[in-house]
Design a protein. Structure first.
Length: 319
């Protein structure tokens, strides 16, 4: 991600240096990064932000490792963004993985070695595990392997003598005897359903932060701020349409609905000095994406109609 941002910045500086081409740059397709990197850019969920800030400031003041953090929330609600902000505020190197990406103990040994290398280089480390509920399901890693690592930064493994392929200065490394001990690390886990995590795993995360649904005003501000950061232009009517059909989810608003609206606006602005996303562009995007009122798509309506036919009197707690 950092390399991509550097390339974008380099391209922008090159165009500006060549002459009055800033307007041309604005009207070109842009990479939809969509991530904010500071508290100022994180909209909504004030309680979650306050809890994270308190934990960060207390950790910095005491000079100790920040306790492990578990983030709850629907898909696309900002868990990854919040994890990156926390790592940035702690001035830590961030490792990002998904729960199912580590398939066996050798994969986990590789991660721990990379963490240890960063620590030897003088960096503090935060590890973000997205979809943490998948880290023991369908993998060769049991809770018995994870628990000491999350709590005491100790990895017990059975990979002694096995070959770990590496790139760079060494083509292969032989795994050292167990256990492997590393300096304290802050682990941040993210899940859409905390009920999928075993109690023993949840207890290793003293700080639990829930990201709640966003309001329509939050969504309008998120879209407005993103468009401003990306150097684009958008009408208020277009913002209202995208916000109202985003299911109150930033990822849907930015990466799907706004992206489609922007593509349409770009093609409609070939001969114009700048690209402006209008209400008409947003409406056309909704038609092409088949996103109706309240963000419902045809498959969503089909499910609702099926439920209505089976339960004509409505659905309740029991049903």
């Amino acid at each position: 991600m950092e390399l991509l941002q550097d390339l974008l910045d380099e391209a922008r500086e090159k165009e500006i240096a060549e002459g009055d081409k800033e307007e041309e740059y604005v009207s070109q397709p842009r990479e939809f990064l969509g991530r904010v990197n500071s508290w100022d850019g994180f909209i909504g969920n004030p309680m979650a932000i306050e809890r994270a800030k308190i934990a960060i400031e207390a950790s910095i003041f005491s000079g100790s490792k920040m306790p492990n953090v578990l983030l709850y929330g629907n898909a696309g609600c900002g868990k990854t963004t919040l994890a990156r902000i926390i790592a940035g505020q702690l001035n830590c190197k961030l490792f990002e993985i998904t729960g199912s990406s580590l398939r066996n103990q050798l994969d986990l040994v590789s991660l721990v070695w990379n963490i240890e290398k960063a620590q030897i280089d003088g960096e503090n480390v935060v590890v973000f595990i997205d979809e943490i509920h998948g880290m023991t399901k369908g993998t060769g890693l049991s809770e018995d392997v994870w628990l000491p690592l999350l709590e005491d930064n100790i990895l017990h493994h059975s990979c002694v003598g096995k070959i770990l392929e590496k790139t760079g200065d060494y083509s292969a490394w032989v795994v050292n005897p167990s256990p492997i001990r590393i300096k304290p690390v802050t682990w941040i886990g993210a899940t859409t359903d905390p009920g999928l995590l075993h109690e023993a795993i949840r207890r290793r995360f003293p700080i639990s932060i829930t990201l709640h649904d966003y309001t329509i005003d939050d969504m309008r501000k998120i879209i407005t701020d993103y468009v401003g950061r990306e150097g684009m232009f958008i009408e208020v009517g277009a913002i209202d349409i995208i916000a109202s059909r985003s299911r109150f989810t930033p990822a849907i608003a930015i990466h799907h609905l706004l992206r489609q609206s922007t593509d349409i606006a770009i093609l409609d602005s070939k001969d114009k000095p700048k690209t402006v996303i209008t209400k008409e562009h947003a409406e056309k995007a909704m038609r092409l994406c088949e996103v109706g009122e309240h963000g419902l798509k045809p498959e969503d309506m089909a499910v609702l109609k099926a439920l209505a036919s089976v339960h004509p009197k409505g659905l309740g707690i029991v049903t």
